[in-house]
Design a protein around this ligand. Structure first.
Ligand SMILES: [Zn+2]
Length: 269
């Protein structure tokens, strides 16, 4: 009998250690950074709402958006992972949806987020063009209210992220404004952004703040000269502003702290 009690005691010790280690590992937040575009071909299909184009914007000197998104995303990853932890706040791990020049379709990008341990935020990094260089500024885009149970939190997250990013961009391009966040209704003739459509399939991502971040319009000579020609100077500053904002947001609003609102999650739109 005594041997049995001792054995049970040792077993319970073992289990409590497993639980303890499990808890400490699972306390780490994962931030998912999605470098927009990539590769040489369109992937996915419009029928499945997974279509991803290899490149959109190109700078006057020929720099491609798909390369800039990966370059900046890598900087954001290293800035996020060197964020100082505060007592009681979990550390941040950052994963990228792609780490080289290929083009995962939007179902593959969403799957990376869905399979992350404790997914806490997702930002899809892009650069913009508009009518031969006639626009300037930083803008974020979120999943529209009608289909998004986390719209209120997404709006707060995206507005703050765009403002913080814009502050860093303006240190090189003082005239660049920050714009109000836009919703994705206008994309694909009202279907919305395919990344949000794909992420909505996973309930564990409902409360994860998520947005696209269009860092700047790159089809302009002033942007080329001040922001892109010396990226070893500019990108770490922009990446740090993005990482500091995300880390601060998660300290204030840890995952699960914001109530979801009822929204149409019917995926047959
Ligand atoms: Zn893009």
């Amino acid at each position: 009998m005594r041997a049995l009690v001792m054995r049970l005691f040792l077993l319970s010790l073992l289990f409590s250690r497993i639980l303890l280690f499990g808890a400490s590992a699972s306390e780490e937040f994962t931030v998912i950074i999605d470098p927009g575009h990539g590769g040489t071909h369109v992937t996915g299909t419009h029928l499945l709402k997974s279509n991803s184009s290899p490149n959109n914007a190109t700078s006057p000197s020929g720099l491609r958006e798909k390369d800039l998104t990966l370059e900046l995303s890598r900087e954001i990853q290293s800035a996020l992972e060197s964020e100082p932890g505060t007592k009681g706040a979990p550390a941040i791990k950052c994963i990228l949806t792609r780490t080289n020049d290929w083009n995962p379709d939007f179902s593959e990008r969403a799957k990376v987020a869905a399979e992350a341990t404790n997914p806490a935020a997702l930002v899809s990094i892009h650069f913009n063009t508009f009518a031969h260089g006639s626009a300037l500024g930083t803008v974020a885009m979120i999943h529209c209210k009608e289909r998004n149970p986390n719209h209120e939190a997404d709006l707060r997250f995206a507005d703050g992220l765009a403002a913080s990013t814009s502050g860093a961009v303006r240190s090189f391009l003082p005239r660049s404004p920050v714009m109000d966040s836009i919703n994705d209704y206008h994309i694909h003739d009202g279907t919305g952004a395919y990344l949000f459509y794909q992420m909505a399939k996973y309930p564990q991502l409902d409360a994860v703040p998520k947005c696209f971040l269009e860092v700047e319009f790159i089809d302009r000579r002033d942007v080329q000269k001040r922001l892109l020609d010396d990226r070893s100077e500019t990108f770490p500053v922009i990446a740090k502003a993005i990482a500091d904002y995300i880390a601060g947001y998660l300290r204030e609003h840890p995952p699960g702290s914001v109530a979801l609102s009822p929204a149409n999650k019917d995926l047959d739109y």
